[in-house]
Design a protein around this ligand. Structure first.
Ligand code: ADP
Ligand code: MG
Length: 327
């Protein structure tokens, strides 16, 4: 990696939700959705973030964007700490960091035309004249593979893949450096998934974008990711360059996720771990290693002592007492 500061840096990010309880909030419990997550993303880099449903991926994205207020932790965008910024200053930074959701249909205003949807951020931020805005919208439509005449259409007139292209065009309108994709292709057919992923990779090249790309399936992130982080119950349990993660996974949870998807790395197929049972509740996560209740190799220590995420010299990190980095 080069010496440039990361475009996005997240340190010790925590988000706990207060849930349940009766009248006056008595008996409320803390749900540990995200419980100390750290990573960084360089310019033009994609970090894939993977884990079963409920492990905290969306909450990481929302807390980084400050769509939810983090309980604690630090987020820096282009070298500037944005945690603690007031709403006006934060709004300004939002130009640099945009989001694409899984279901663009629910995130796109059904009463606006596609052209208006892409133009709206430019209007909100007062960028350019109306004519310049329309030129930019036309350019963005072309870049994401939508026809010029489709600017007059409404979201319901688009297919799922086209709606996701529209969501991408809107996210690009303000010229961001970071895009957080929260399962942006999970609702699409496999063939359409590949088209949208290829489009995102082309756009990354063209605009030097950095991506945090969230998916529940390792197979989905393999093609687009430079590095991959695997989350389990609010924590990153493994993080590594793509090839290292797919060819020499270390965490038993990563092995289990790999065993569940057809991936193109034959060595990974040796893993025979099959995940059984559901993810435990983040309200009372298991003591010690959170994965020990489902882990095929857990020993006594794993039930008592929480393993830290330890990175080796190559940057391959694993949080496991038995598979810790040796370097
Ligand atoms: P993922 O995106 O990996 O499926 P989420 O980040 O959506 O996971 O959720 C992580 C955990 O936080 C889940 O247990 C979920 O039920 C809980 N959670 C998410 N949002 C809220 C909220 N607004 N209030 C309470 N709990 C929440
Ligand atoms: Mg989610």
């Amino acid at each position: 990696m080069n010496a440039e500061p990361p475009v996005l840096q997240v340190r010790d990010l925590v988000k706990h939700y207060s849930v349940g309880g009766g009248f006056f909030g008595r008996g409320r419990k803390q749900l540990r959705a995200v419980d100390g997550v750290s990573f960084s993303i360089g310019q033009g880099e994609t970090l894939g973030l993977v884990g079963e449903s409920g492990c905290g991926k969306s909450t990481v994205g929302k807390a980084v964007l400050r769509l939810v207020e983090p309980t604690s932790g630090h987020v820096s965008l282009e070298g500037e700490e944005i945690t603690g910024l007031g709403s006006a200053a934060l709004l300004e930074r939002r130009k640099r960091m945009q989001v694409i959701f899984q279901d663009p249909y629910s995130s796109l205003n059904p009463r606006m035309t596609a052209g208006e949807i892409v133009q709206e951020p430019l209007i909100n931020f007062g960028i350019g004249s109306r004519a310049e805005q329309r030129d930019r919208v036309a350019m963005l439509f072309a870049r994401v593979g939508l026809r010029p005449d489709q600017r007059a259409n409404y979201p319901h007139e688009f297919s799922g893949g086209q709606r996701q292209r529209l969501g991408i065009a809107r996210a690009l309108a303000l010229g961001p450096s970071v895009i957080i994709g929260d399962e942006p292709v999970s609702a699409l057919d496999v063939s359409v998934q590949a088209q949208v992923i290829n489009l995102m990779m082309d756009l990354q090249q063209e605009f030097g974008l950095s991506y945090l790309f969230v998916a529940h399936d390792l197979g989905v992130v393999e093609h687009i990711s430079h590095r991959v982080a695997v989350m389990y119950l609010g924590k990153i349990v493994e993080i590594a360059a793509r090839a290292a993660l797919f060819e020499t996974p270390r965490h038993p949870y990563t092995e289990a996720l790999l065993a569940a998807v057809p991936v193109s790395h034959p060595r990974a197929r040796r893993a025979r771990t099959v995940l059984t049972g559901d993810v435990p509740s983040p309200i009372n996560p298991p003591p010690g290693c959170r994965f020990h209740t489902r882990c095929p190799i857990a020993v006594a220590r794993c039930r008592q002592e929480e393993p830290a995420l330890v990175l080796d010299a190559s940057g391959h990190g694993v949080a496991c007492h038995l598979r810790a980095a040796t370097a």
